[in-house]
Design a protein around this ligand. Structure first.
Ligand code: NAP
Length: 359
């Protein structure tokens, strides 16, 4: 279908509600029982927000990070990113480092992990999403931890990709461990749905697969998800539970994202429709090359990740019908993707690119 050029007038600009700021410490009641928390992934998007949420509740947090965190940030920069909290440096892939540099023979009440492979490539996924977590679980048990809060992803309910199998393998290890677990399977983050804002601002069309309604999600903000994760600690309703979670409001398709973005810019919507066959072709070619060239095998998996997000919704999957069900996907929080888009358009918010964003 051609892009919708030549429309006479743009859609009216909708009422813009600005993104609420996260609650301050004075708005959040301290946790009835402050915990000593060992936090993994504190330098990542959700990890940073979760650290803030845990601090707001008065928990005592120790972050365990790798020295050269965030792809090249120096040690000093990592320290300033996590200023004011206890940061310990070491290698989560090494059980010895976890024990001696991380837990340091001390007692902890809880392990909270927002850590994940940054690429999703099979080797990295099994090393981090599974093995490093298994190491941390064993060390946490020795340190007296009784509850583990794990950030996972809603897409593991239909596992077709290596990183999903790695995440599921650790979910199972955690459930089998006998510790109290809260496995939070989140839907799409704002950063993963904002990759096209800049190109559309520059006058380019919004790219969609098919007609732009193949998939839908309930986007969740970093702070809303972080609040949800922090509230798992000591919350009986979230103990020994797998918790799918999305943000507030209705499920949104890529087409609706584009339409809203154009409305905010005061322009007529322009879409470019990318055929799924193109993505299938890329996956096929790279998959074929991957049998002889290892680097191509890794690229093929990244292309498969792209195709997965282009064709599967980030909503609860009804096992009976095999359909995604927005009504059965729980919501939390107050911040909406469209408020975030408004901030990106007027410059009051800054975009962070998702590692797995397709466009
Ligand atoms: N993007 C989405 O829309 C979405 C939706 C639902 C669920 N999720 C899931 O949410 C989780 C977190 O997402 P995010 O966006 O917050 O992740 P992120 O920003 O990529 O952060 C990943 C964190 O893991 C750490 N990490 C990665 N490899 C490591 C290693 N080898 N050693 C030590 N630490 C390592 C990173 O540390 P460095 O800073 O040192 O790299 C960082 O702190 C992922 O499991 C993802 O699958 C994502």
């Amino acid at each position: 279908m051609p892009a919708a050029r030549g429309l006479a007038s743009a859609s009216p600009i909708p009422q813009i509600a600005r993104m609420g700021t996260p609650p301050s410490s004075s708005e959040i009641a301290p946790a009835p029982q402050p915990r000593r928390v060992f936090l993994l992934g504190a330098t990542g998007t959700i990890g940073r927000a979760t650290l803030r949420a845990l601090n707001r509740r008065g928990h005592e947090v120790v972050c365990f990070v790798r020295p050269r965190a965030r792809a090249g940030l120096e040690l000093a920069a990592t320290k300033s990113l996590l200023a004011g909290v206890t940061v310990r440096f070491g290698d989560v892939a090494d059980p010895h480092s976890l024990a001696s540099d991380g837990f340091c023979g001390e007692r902890f009440d809880a392990l909270v992990s927002c850590m994940a492979s940054r690429t999703g490539a099979p080797k990295d996924a099994w090393a981090i999403d599974y093995q490093a977590h298994a190491n941390a679980l064993a060390a946490a048990q020795k340190a007296g931890v009784t509850q583990v809060v794990l950030l996972s992803a809603i897409c593991v309910q239909k596992p077709l990709l290596a990183f999903q199998h790695a995440k599921l393998a650790f979910e199972k290890a955690l459930i089998d461990s006998g510790l109290i677990y809260s496995i939070v399977r989140a839907t799409a983050f704002f950063k993963s749905l904002s990759g096209q804002v800049e190109r559309v601002k520059r006058g380019k069309p919004f790219l969609v697969f098919g007609d732009g309604t193949l998939t839908a999600c309930k986007p969740i903000s970093d702070d809303d998800l972080a609040e949800y994760l922090a509230e798992c600690l000591g919350n009986e309703n979230r103990c020994n539970a797998i918790l799918p979670i999305g943000g507030p409001g209705e499920a949104i398709t890529p087409r609706q994202q584009g339409e809203h973005l154009f409305a905010l810019l005061g322009r007529a919507p322009r879409f470019r429709h990318v055929p799924l066959a193109l993505l299938n072709g890329v996956v096929g070619v790279l998959g074929g090359l991957g049998h002889v060239i290892p680097a191509a095998a890794e690229k093929a998996e990244l292309a498969r990740i792209g195709r997965y997000y282009a064709t599967e919704s980030m909503l609860v999957l009804d096992p009976q019908s095999g359909r995604y069900d927005a009504a059965r996907t729980p919501s939390t929080g107050t911040q909406t993707l469209f408020d975030y888009y408004a901030g990106l358009v007027d410059g009051s918010a800054a975009a962070e690119r998702g590692d797995h964003a397709v466009f």
